[in-house]
Structure formats: C-alpha cells, structure tokens
Design a protein around this ligand. Structure first.
Ligand code: UDX
Ligand code: UDX
Length: 434
C-alpha cells in the first residue's frame, strides 16, 4: 500500500484515484472546485461513468479514498502526486498548460517530503522538464522530487475496465528508479509496462490518439468514396479488418470523432509540429475530414428536405459517444448549430447527456424519449450510437413523424430494412440508391 495524491478530479483524475484505491492504495484527491469536492464527499458523482459511483462509495467507506480542496491535506503523507488537471485547447490550437502550471506550483509549495510527481494529463512534449523546473523554483525549501510521465489511455464510458485491464502502462522519466516506483503501483494489473524517457512517453500519448483519429478519418474518407461508387463501408471495414496488419478496431465510419481528447490532441500535435518546422499534412487532413463529416449530415438533410428553414429536425444523441454524459466537442453541437443557422427547429434526446446540454446549445427542445422527438418531425438524425437507439419501435417512429426521413450518422440500422419499413434512409458510406 502506497500513499497517493491525485490533483484534478475530472474524468481521468477521479477514475485514476478511485481505481488506485481499489487496488489497495491510500488515495486523497485534490481539486479547486469546492462544489465538486463537497458533493464527492457525500458520494455524489460529478460525471456519469459506468461503475464509478459504486467503486467510489466502497473505497471511501473503507477509508482508502478521500477528497479535499487543500493541497496541504492532499500532500501531507503523499509519496506520489498525480497531475490530472485539464489541458484544454488554447486559442492557437496549442495545449493550454495554465492549470498544469498552477498545480505544479501548488504541489511545490505544499510538499513536505520527497515526492514523485506524475504527469497523467495529456501534455506537450517537454512538459515533464518544464514541470520539474517550476517545482524547483517554487519549493519553500529544497526537497527531493522526481517527475514521471504516465499518460492515460482510458476511454470514457469504459474508463474503469480500461484502467484495470490496460493494453500497456507507459512510464517516462530521467530517473529509472522513480519510474520503477510508479510501475510498482500497477503491478497487480499484470499488464506490459514500458519504461522510456520523458519526452518519448509524452509523444506516445499524442501519437496514439492521433493514430486512432487517423483511422477514423481514413474510414470516413473511404465512406465518401463508397457513397459515390455504391459500395458498403461497413462491409469494407470488416473485409479490411481481417488483415492482422490492419485489425478491426476504430474503423466505424460515421459522423466523425469528438470528445475531450482526439480533437484537441490532434490539433495540439499539429501545432507542436508546425512550431518546430515540421509539416503535419496528414494530421491536418485528419482534422479536415472530421470537420466535413458533420457538414455531410447537414448536406444530406438539405438534399432530402430541400430547404431546412422551419423544418423540425429530431436529434438522437448529444454525448460525443455512448455511455458518457460528456458533450465536449460532440458532433451534435456543430450539427445542431449548422441546422439552426439554416432555420431548422431542433428537438433532441439523450439518455444521460441532456444535463450538460445548456452549456453548449440554445433553443433546443429536450424531450423525455425518442418517440417524443419523432412526433411531427420532418427528419431524424442519429448522432450517438447508444444501445437503446438500436432497438427502437421503428413503425411507431415512422407513424409519429411528418416525413419518414432518417439520416443515420452511426450506421446503426440496415438500409434495406429501413427501406422496407418505408423510411427514406441515408447512412454514412452505405444506402443510397433510393
Ligand atoms: C484531463 C486532461 O484535460 C486531458 O488532457 C487528459 O487527456 C485527461 O485528463 P479530464 O479528466 O477529462 O482530462 O479533465 P476535466 O474533466 O476537465 O478535469 C480536470 C479537473 O481538474 C477538474 O475537476 C478541475 O476542477 C480540476 N482542476 C483544474 C484543478 O483541480 N486545478 C486547476 O488548477 C485546474
Ligand atoms: C480516447 C482514446 O480512445 C483513449 O485511449 C484516450 O485516453 C482518450 O481519448 P475517448 O475520447 O473517451 O477516448 O473515446 P473513444 O472511444 O476513443 O472515441 C472517440 C471518438 O471517436 C468518439 O466520438 C467516437 O464516437 C469516435 N469513433 C470511435 C468513431 O467515430 N469511429 C470509431 O471507429 C471509433
């Protein structure tokens, strides 16, 4: 059992802290957001993540997990301090490190014993060195510390199983012993542990996210070609995926990637590359294709409805993916804004993300279920591939709609089945010969 402090209790920090506690470590989480901390101390979750609430409660009751706004309390006994604060996108596309700076300064001022400081947030290459410099300059008195990069690869919606069953643990540090100490924390997971230098570990995170985003934009580009030539992108992806060199994962064509990671990480990597004289052509293309995917949905609706002015469009799904309430960079936001800019009237439903709708949307009628969204609608658009959308009563939906038009941004339905039911159906990269 080791003593761990996690700074920043967002999607990554809360899951990381709770899972370490569940592995038997003593964890205290620090966050500047007083309301979030007060609610967590009452067992109220700030986010929707399957399995998290129960795990937080169980570990808090076992006195292995606690929450505070005080860095002093958080670091009083800590051997490790994990930084998991936000690194949002800056105005030029760079990663904004103001919160990492503030966390590093506060850790330096509050630390009372030698400490291993672990960067868990996604930070540009070189940030580990920069954090070490900040800590050195802000300590009240010189004290030993080491900086380790330990990027997270967890996905929202499956964060706990991604933590507990990782494909690999990546650790980067100038000090092999410090990296080995962090490796010890994960030993019971029996996963491959890769130890490298700081900058390489930081780059592994960006390259991994950028490659996954590239796979998505690749299959989305293929989907446009499939539309033009009458092939079925879903079958194409299956055929490609049999090849072990390609593999089946992250080849789901659709409305494009969203979320708190891919959009900002691809942008930040392209920015880093450009600032250092490289030409990130591929990364730029990945972002361009992703942006176009949202516009294609609006284009298809315009094609099917003529004008969008005064048309009632139903949106199914607001979260950027299923099993999360997170709407950050969700495709729904841009699609709805584009539709509203052409005079469309928007109704929407999401199983859990509607609590966050007001942050991003205006003049959208939020409905209590899919059938309410369909009532009198001129068209429906599927944005998020929630399981509950895969088993809807389509005849009931068709009856409720003004026109049986569906644009399926996630290819969850079969074009022929939809046609047989009397829908005018458009998928992404399939279903066009009406
Ligand atoms: C974070 C990073 O943003 C991202 O780069 C990385 O890939 C994963 O970890 P996430 O957990 O989704 O992402 O961030 P967010 O949900 O925004 O949580 C950040 C938390 O840090 C918030 O609770 C915020 O209140 C807290 N915070 C922020 C601090 O405690 N101190 C600060 O100075 C700033
Ligand atoms: C991602 C990475 O997967 C994870 O390793 C990293 O730590 C954080 O960023 P996350 O953003 O939670 O995780 O979601 P992910 O499941 O990767 O999906 C990202 C986006 O890509 C979603 O909008 C999803 O709908 C989309 N996607 C994913 C596709 O459009 N097609 C696919 O085949 C897979």
């Amino acid at each position: 059992m080791r003593k761990i402090c996690v700074v920043g209790v967002g999607y990554v920090g809360l899951v990381t802290g709770t899972c370490f506690a569940d592995l038997g470590h003593q964890v205290i989480c620090v966050d500047v957001d007083e309301t979030k901390i007060a609610r967590l101390r009452q067992g109220i979750m700030p986010i929707y993540e399957p399995g998290l609430e129960e795990m937080v409660r169980r570990n808090a009751q076992a006195n292995r997990l606690d929450f505070t706004t005080s860095y002093e309390e958080g670091l009083a006994e800590a051997e490790f301090a994990f930084i998991a604060v936000g690194t949002p996108q800056g105005s030029g596309g760079e990663a904004d490190l103001q919160y990492v700076r503030s966390a590093a300064e506060r850790i330096a001022q509050a630390m009372v014993q030698p400490l291993i400081i672990v960067n868990k947030s996604t930070v540009p290459i070189g940030t580990g060195d920069w954090v070490a410099d900040i800590v050195r300059r802000h300590q009240k008195q010189p004290m030993e510390f080491w900086v380790v990069s330990n990027p997270e690869f967890l996905r929202e919606g499956s964060a706990i199983s991604d933590f507990m069953y990782p494909d690999r643990i990546v650790l980067g540090s100038l000090d092999a012993e410090a990296a080995a100490q962090v490796a010890q924390l994960y030993l019971s997971l029996r996963a491959p542990i890769m130890i490298t230098d700081l900058r390489t570990a930081e780059m592994i995170k960006y390259a991994s996210n950028a490659f996954l985003a590239t796979r998505i934009s690749f299959i989305n580009e293929i989907s446009s070609i499939c539309e033009a030539l009458g092939a079925d992108v879903k079958e194409v992806a299956i055929g490609m995926g049999y090849d072990k060199r390609i593999g089946p994962h992250f080849l789901d064509a659709g409305i494009g990637y969203g979320g708190s990671c891919f959009p900002k990480d691809v942008q930040a990597l392209a920015h880093m590359a450009a600032v250092h004289g490289c030409h990130p052509q591929l990364l730029r293309a990945v972002m361009d294709i992703n942006r176009d995917q949202r516009r294609q949905v609006v284009h298809k609706l315009r094609e099917l409805l003529g004008t969008l002015d005064e048309k009632v469009i139903g949106i199914l799904g607001l979260a950027f993916k299923p099993n999360t309430d997170d709407m950050r960079e969700s495709p729904a936001i841009e699609v709805i804004h584009l539709l509203q800019s052409e005079g469309a009237i928007i109704r929407a439903y999401d199983p859990v993300a509607m609590v966050n709708a007001d942050i991003y949307l205006h003049d959208v009628t939020l409905c209590q279920d899919v059938y309410k969204v369909a009532e009198g609608a001129d068209a429906l658009v599927i944005i998020t591939d929630w399981n509950e959308f895969k088993h809807l009563s389509l005849s009931k939906i068709k009856e409720a709609m003004r026109r049986p038009i569906m644009v399926d941004g996630r290819n969850i339905y079969d074009p022929q089945v939809m046609r047989n039911l009397g829908f005018v159906y458009r998928g992404v990269g399939r279903g066009y010969s009406d």
